[in-house]
Design a protein around this ligand. Structure first.
Ligand code: UDP
Length: 578
C-alpha cells in the first residue's frame, strides 16, 4: 500500500497545491483582496489536495466514518479561506466545525459513548485554536505538523487496533508542510499559512490523532497535538521565567549585576529549539510504547541535554556593559531613563545647582506604563518629565526582554531615602505631601531622625479632591514653603496630575517634584516592607497583597502588561523580517 508511487503522488499534489496557493491571492478578487494581508497565503490548498489522495487509492476500503477526515479537512480549509477573505468570523468557523463533528458522531459514528462524542467534536477546534499562537512563528505549525506526522507513521504499525490504511493519512501531514517550507525557502518567499492552512492542518492533525482505536493510541494521539500546539506558548513562558532569573534582583552583590543575562528571541532560534524539544518529547512517547532498551533512553537524554544547553547558549547572552543603552529606553511607548539608584541624586544635585526650573521625576512601574497606553492625558504628563526611573521588576524584565536592557531598578522607597540623605548633607529643604493624615509626618520624622540636618519644609496629607479649593490651598502651601524637593505620595495618576498643576506658576529657584506612590506608608512603618528574600525574588507584590488584599485588582492587571510586552516583541521581530 505504501508504494513509492503513492508518496510521489502526494508530493506532486502537495507541490502543486503549494504553488497554486502562492499565486492564488493575486487572482482572488483583484490585485489585493481585503483578507490577504501582505504575505498571506492559501495554505489550505496543498493540505486539501494531499488529503484527498487516499480516497483515490483503490486498495483502501474506507467507511463513511473514515471519510470524516478528508471531508473535515476540506470543510476546515474552506472555512479558513472565508475567514481570510473576511467573510466569516473565527468563532463562527469553529462553531460550524463543532456542529460537523457532532453530526458525524450522531450519524456516522461507531461508538455512541458521549465521551467519544465530546472528544471528537471539540478536539479539532481545540487543536486549531492552539495552532494560532504557534503561527506567530512562520514555520512553526508546519514543522510541528510534519514532526507529528512522522511520529504517527512510526507509531501506527505498533498498534494492532489501528487500521492499516491509517498510515496513508500521515503523508498529507508530513509532505505538504515539507513542500511548503522547501518552496518558500527556495523562492525566498516566507508566508503566513493563512487561516485556510491553519484550519486544514489542525483538522488533519486532530483527525489523525483520533484514528487509533486503542486507549494508548488515544492518549498518544491527544498528547502529540497537545505538545505540538502548546510548545511555542510554553517556550515563551520558559523564556519569561528565565529572563527573570537573569534579572539583577537575583544578584545581591552590585558587582555581580553587570554581567546579568540578556534574552534574545529570534525567530530562527525559537523554531530550532522548539523543534528539538518537540522531537525529544515525541521520542519519549515512542520509546515508552515500544519498551525501548536502555541505550535508547541514554541517547534521548543526550538529545535533551544538548537541547537545553543550546537553548541556554542561544537565548541567554551575557550582557556586557556596552549593551546597556546610554539613551532612553522605550517600553510600550513610555520613555524610561537607564539610571542606577546612585546616579539619581547626582542628576538632581545638578538641576538644583542650575537655573530656576521645575523638574518632574516619575517613578514608573508596569501599571503606570499600562495606564499611559490607554490614557493619552497621562502619557503626555510622562512625556513632560525630566527623568523617568524604572520602579519595579516588571519594567527591568520588559527592557531585558525587548532587547534594550536597563542597568537595574530604582525603587521609590530607596529613592526617598537616598535623596533625604543627600538633602540633609546639602541643606535642601524637602516637602512631604501625601498619604493618610499623620503618615507623611511620621515618615518625615523617621527620615529626620536618621539623617541629621534634614530640613523639612512642610508636611501635608494627600486626601483632598482634585479641582477643589482645598487643592489650590495645598498648591499655595507647597509653593510658599520654598522646597527644593517635593515628595508627592498620592498614587498614580493622582500624584502626576498634582505635580503638573504644581509646575504652573513662577518658580524663582530650581525645584524637583517626585511622585513616590506608597513610599510614605512604608517609611512611616504603617506598611511593613517585604522580607529581603521576597524582595530579591521579585515577590514584593505578593507580600503587599497579603497585607492589603484590596490590591488584588492591580495584581490582576500585571498579566496584561506581560501580554503587551510579548506582542511588542513579536511585532518588532516581524518588522525586522519584513
Ligand atoms: N493617596 C493619597 N491621596 C489619594 C489617594 C491615595 O495620598 O487621594 C495615598 C495613599 O494613602 C498611599 C499612596 O497614595 O499612601 C498610594 O500608594 P500606592 O502604593 O497605591 O501607590 P502606587 O502603587 O500607585 O504608586
Amino acid at each position: 500500500m505504501l508504494d513509492l508511487w503513492v508518496i510521489g503522488a502526494v508530493i506532486a499534489l502537495a507541490t502543486l497545491g503549494t504553488l497554486v496557493g502562492l499565486l492564488a491571492p493575486r487572482y482572488l478578487g483583484g490585485a489585493s483582496p481585503p483578507g490577504f494581508a501582505r504575505g498571506r497565503y492559501v495554505g489550505g490548498l496543498p493540505v486539501v489536495l494531499a488529503t484527498l489522495f487516499p480516497l483515490l487509492n483503490p486498495g483502501v476500503p474506507l467507511t463513511l466514518s473514515d471519510l470524516a477526515i478528508p471531508i473535515a479537512v476540506c470543510l476546515a480549509a474552506g472555512l479558513g479561506l472565508l475567514r481570510d477573505l473576511r467573510l466569516l468570523r473565527r468563532t463562527t468557523g469553529l462553531v460550524v466545525l463543532i456542529a460537523f463533528y457532532l453530526a458525524r458522531a450522531t450519524f456516522g459514528g461507531d461508538d455512541p459513548a458521549w465521551t467519544t462524542w465530546a472528544i471528537e467534536a471539540c478536539w479539532p477546534p481545540i487543536v486549531i485554536l492552539s495552532l494560532l499562537p504557534a503561527s506567530l512563528v512562520f514555520e512553526m505549525p508546519l514543522l510541528l505538523a510534519a514532526v507529528s506526522g512522522v511520529t504517527f507513521l512510526l507509531f501506527f504499525p505498533t498498534q494492532l487496533s489501528t487500521p492499516p490504511w491509517a498510515a496513508l493519512f500521515t503523508f498529507p501531514l508530513i509532505l505538504p508542510p515539507l513542500a511548503m517550507l522547501g518552496l518558500w525557502f527556495g523562492l525566498g518567499k516566507m508566508r503566513h499559512l493563512g487561516h485556510s492552512g491553519l484550519f486544514a492542518i489542525g483538522a488533519l492533525l486532530a483527525g489523525v490523532s483520533l484514528l487509533g482505536r486503542s486507549k494508548t493510541l488515544l492518549l498518544f494521539g491527544l498528547l502529540v497535538p497537545a505538545m505540538a500546539t502548546l510548545f511555542p506558548v510554553a517556550a515563551v513562558c520558559a523564556i519569561i521565567v528565565a529572563s527573570y532569573l537573569g534579572n539583577e534582583l537575583y544578584q545581591n552583590d552590585p558587582a555581580g549585576r553587570q554581567p546579568s543575562r540578556s534574552w534574545t528571541l529570534t525567530r530562527e532560534s525559537v523554531v530550532l529549539h522548539s523543534t528539538l524539544v518537540f522531537l525529544a518529547a515525541n521520542f519519549v512517547l515512542l520509546l515508552w510504547v515500544v519498551n525501548a532498551p536502555g541505550w535508547a533512553w541514554v541517547s534521548l537524554l543526550v538529545l535533551l541535554a544538548g537541547t537545553v544547553a543550546g537553548f541556554w547558549r542561544t537565548f541567554a547572552r551575557r550582557r556586557r556593559r556596552r549593551d546597556i543603552s546610554p539613551d532612553q529606553v522605550r517600553i510600550l511607548g513610555v520613555a524610561i531613563d537607564p539610571v542606577t539608584p546612585d546616579r539619581v541624586p547626582d542628576r538632581i544635585a545638578a538641576w538644583l545647582a542650575g537655573p530656576p526650573a521645575f523638574h518632574h521625576v516619575v517613578t514608573a512601574d508596569s501599571l503606570a506604563v499600562l495606564r499611559a497606553r490607554r490614557d493619552p492625558g497621562f502619557a503626555r504628563l510622562l512625556e513632560k518629565a525630566s527623568l523617568t526611573v524604572p520602579d519595579g521588576a516588571g519594567i527591568v524584565w520588559a527592557a531585558d526582554f525587548l532587547g534594550s536592557p536597563l542597568p537595574g531598578r530604582v525603587p521609590g522607597v530607596a529613592l526617598v531615602q537616598d535623596l533625604s540623605a543627600r538633602a540633609a548633607r546639602e541643606g535642601w529643604p524637602v516637602f512631604f505631601l501625601g498619604a493618610r493624615p499623620g503618615v507623611a509626618q511620621a515618615a518625615a520624622d523617621t527620615l529626620a531622625a536618621r539623617f541629621a540636618g534634614l530640613r523639612v519644609a512642610g508636611v501635608r496629607h494627600g486626601y483632598f479632591p482634585a479641582g477643589s479649593a482645598e487643592e489650590r490651598e495645598v498648591l499655595d502651601q507647597v509653593r510658599q514653603a520654598g522646597p527644593s524637593i517635593v515628595f508627592v505620595a498620592m498614587g498614580v495618576p493622582r500624584q502626576e496630575e498634582f505635580i503638573d498643576l504644581l509646575r504652573e506658576g513662577e518658580w524663582h529657584r530650581p525645584v524637583v517634584a517626585i511622585g513616590v506612590g506608597g513610599s510614605f506608608d512604608v517609611l512611616s512603618g504603617q506598611v511593613p516592607r517585604a522580607p529581603v528574600l521576597m524582595q530579591r525574588f521579585a515577590l514584593e507584590w505578593l507580600f503587599r497583597l497579603w497585607k492589603e488584599p484590596s490590591r488584588l485588582d492591580r495584581i490582576a492587571r500585571i498579566p496584561g502588561f506581560v501580554i503587551q510586552v510579548l506582542r511588542a516583541k513579536w511585532r518588532s521581530g516581524q518588522k525586522r523580517q519584513g
